[in-house]
Design a protein around this ligand. Sequence first.
Ligand SMILES: [Zn+2]
Ligand SMILES: [Zn+2]
Length: 271
Amino acid sequence: MIPITDMHVHTSDSPDADIPARELVARGLNMNLAGIGFVAHVDLDPEDYCYGGFKENTYNRSIELARREAANRILVLKGIEVGEPHIYEEQVKEIVDYSAYDFITGAIHSVEGAGMILGKSAYENANPLEIVERYYTETLQMVAEADMDILAHMGLFRRGLALAGLEHDFNELELWPDTILRILEIIIDRNISLELNTSGLRRRENITYPTPWILELYHRIGGTLITIGSDTHREPYVFFGLFDGRQLLIESGFKEVFCFENRIPKRMSLV
Ligand SMILES: [Zn+2]
Ligand SMILES: [Zn+2]
């Protein structure tokens, strides 16, 4: 068994993904994964592509089928990925009971509301670095305020920059060292896990979110709580980059990787 639980896997219950949970379980078994942390998008920003797409009953049913398929041979965890929880958490909690989930992942998908979606259009009429700076300010606010277990894909703006053909190989640690350090200190204080998201490895930016430099800083200041996630949505990129991600964690000095069960972190040795 490979001691990795992929903690960021979208099922066909997310509007932008199309593989059923039980099929993903079969694939995970083939790869000898230790577990799969499923997520469904809960986005209440009306500008978001996945806005209003969360159907709790259908998602519950999918997870039930996945657990049946798994038959205890692989860990099946049920999570949600909440977009901008520092803004929408109150509304999200009106429709979702957090205690029914193994983990809550917090994500920044857009910055300052309408028109700032992290895609090509976001960067057309603005200074890209100003948007990136706001992305980190929003991230800081999110991790300080939101009820969440995992900080998703910090650095996702690179996808938008790369799509827009803009420069994306800068080191943000040199540009905003204080904000980024503060984000990492807060997640350590609040027991929020940093996610090493490997989906950037399959895109033209070819880098993890966060970057290896931020990952190293997190480790240096005492961060140990870390999860790994492929952000699987559809073929052909199922569980992509997990092994490279695991290697990067080891090289950065981490000894363990985590998953969450009933919102409690569980450790697994990396070596
Ligand atoms: Zn996301
Ligand atoms: Zn996701």
